[in-house]
Design a protein around this ligand. Structure first.
Ligand code: HEC
Length: 511
């Protein structure tokens, strides 16, 4: 129970304080003066893929490369593929506790889900349910998760607010008291534009911002409401190459949108009742319509032919796909079947100038696949559809970002069909090239192993990776696992450290 110490501590024992300012209640009707948007959504025939497993309502995790992790009506955590079929997901033999009946899944990393079962928390990673070392600090009771701009995962739990950073779980406390009663979390800029995490607590909005390297302030925030209007839920949209991140709030009356520091009212003929955001897409269920907002194109769509009478969102992913339960059926719904991207995640900080990036074209008539990046258009060759093409020996060649300036960029993957129609997936990423240096295992890699891998890769549950020889032997597996952000299984590795491991592998695995 070491994370339940009265002050907020992170690795190294530095005490971290969270301040809570006096609660300022905004009263009166402050919303009617806000600018008003009345979008005219364009009708679209959605692409729908049915899940071959009956899913329970409640939170799930949708993977931007397709599929996701959900809870079945029989209480099992299930992993689904892009086509709705079931993939393997098993308790890892190294776990000392069996998962038992599962309750809900949440997003942990871009490719990793957090699964809550009757026996506590597990990570769903690449077919395995893995018991993380910090699970004993948290029993069942997870409410929501959100990933802040710095890569840390925030976890709202019945017992308080937690932050998982670099594999360390810390509790955020105010004067020694846990922040209980949080019902919603969303990563979005705070009022002053600083990176923040918004939350609803007892129906009131708060925002957490960093005030130092390991200090956070949780303060009451203002969402302008009308008289008798109450907050229902919140959602965040990530930043793109040209646009900032956004916060959306669903109230008892309408939607409120905060963009570039300004609140606006967004109203439809029908009152919105459910809200879900992922990447640059916002999904809204109104009393009888399913709406989707594409923040890159600044367009609203309304799905036709979807029976929304018994409709519940389960999860949404960054490619513009939402998973929902419709009565007894569960399905993945998207505006159009888009290509999926492997090797580059939405919002990823890229520090290496070479990455292996692949597209998975949508199923159906085989489309032509194109990559657009930095003003160049590159045709992708079947069947690998890799951006860098192939090496002479047939292996995939990394694509070099050397032509790009540091900063935000977007990679567009376009699928062009015989009919002339196109669908696309846009992945925004932050390119921050690191200076090259000579990397050695003992000097550079061993400290990463000790800090982030040793707890699982000394004897169990992971394979032993304790020596230089073992790293050299497993180098391909290791580089793939950290690049895809599947490992470490208990939370993402700093991009600089991922780059260090990649560079160590690329520069001849020196001891
Ligand atoms: C919370 C526990 C945990 C942590 C931390 C962790 N791993 Fe793993 N890892 C596992 C488990 C469990 C497996 C599955 C068993 C296996 O194949 O070794 C695994 C599998 C792997 C594999 C096998 C191939 C694959 O993709 O599944 C590699 C390589 C790997 N981990 C590398 C790492 C590296 C490198 C780190 C540190 C940067 C790390 N892991 C941190 C638990 C962990």
């Amino acid at each position: 129970m070491k994370t339940h110490t009265p002050s907020f501590r992170e690795r190294g024992g530095r005490a971290v304080s969270a301040l809570l300012l006096a609660l300022a209640t905004a009263c009166g009707d402050s919303s009617s003066s806000l600018p008003l948007e009345r979008p005219q959504p364009a009708a679209f025939q959605p692409s729908q893929v049915s899940s071959q497993v009956a899913l329970a309502s409640g939170s799930g995790f949708a993977d931007q490369t397709g599929g996701g992790v959900f809870i079945s009506t029989t209480g099992q955590a299930v992993r689904l593929r892009l086509d709705g079929s079931r993939a393997l997901l098993e308790s890892h033999p190294g776990n000392t506790v069996a998962p038992g009946t599962a309750r809900a899944a949440f997003r942990l990393g871009p490719r990793t889900a957090l699964v809550e079962t009757e026996t506590g928390l597990f990570l769903a990673d690449n077919g395995w349910l893995i018991a993380p070392p910090w699970r004993d600090a948290l029993g069942p009771g997870t409410v929501a998760t959100a990933q802040s701009a710095d890569g840390a995962v925030w976890l709202a739990h019945a017992s308080g607010l937690f932050r998982l950073n670099a594999g360390q779980l810390s509790a955020l406390k105010v004067d020694g008291a846990a922040l209980e009663g949080i019902t919603e979390l969303a990563a979005a800029p705070a009022e002053d534009g600083a990176p923040g995490v918004w939350m609803l607590r007892g129906g009131a909005p708060y925002v957490a911002v960093a005030t130092g390297a390991t200090a956070y302030q949780v303060r009451p925030a203002v969402i302008p409401l009308g008289e008798k209007e109450t907050l229902v839920s919140i959602a965040g949209l990530t930043a793109s190459k040209d646009q900032g991140a956004e916060l959306w709030a669903l109230t008892s009356e309408r939607l409120l949108r905060r963009k570039d520091g300004e609140w606006r009212r967004v109203e439809f003929v029908d009152r919105p009742v459910q809200l879900l955001g992922a990447g640059r897409f916002l999904w809204v269920k109104s009393s009888d319509q399913l709406l989707v907002y594409d923040a890159d194109a600044d367009t609203w769509g309304v799905a036709t032919g979807v029976d929304t009478r018994e409709f519940r969102f389960l999860a949404a992913d960054e490619s513009g796909c939402a998973w929902a339960q419709l009565g007894a059926e569960s399905m993945a719904i998207s505006r159009a079947p888009v290509p999926r991207v492997l090797g580059l995640n939405q919002g990823m900080r890229v520090v290496e100038d070479g990455l292996v990036i692949r597209a998975i074209p949508p199923v159906g008539e085989s489309p032509v696949v194109l990559f657009r990046i930095g003003g160049a258009e590159i045709a992708a060759q079947a069947p690998e559809y890799s951006l860098g093409g192939l090496e002479k020996d047939g292996s995939l060649k990394p694509f070099s970002f050397a032509i790009l300036e540091p900063g935000m960029h977007s990679l567009e993957v376009v699928a062009r069909f015989l009919s002339g129609t196109e669908t696309r997936r846009t992945v925004h990423f932050d390119f921050q090239p690191a200076v090259p240096l000579a990397v050695g295992w003992e000097k550079d890699i061993l400290p990463i192993f000790q800090a982030r891998c040793a707890k699982c890769h000394t004897t169990q549950p992971g394979r032993p990776l304790t020596t230089y020889e073992l790293w050299k032997e497993n180098v391909d597996l290791i580089t793939a696992a950290v690049r895809d952000q599947r490992m470490p299984a208990d939370g993402p590795l700093d991009p600089q450290l991922i780059a260090l491991i990649q560079r160590w592998a690329a520069s001849g695995t020196q001891p």
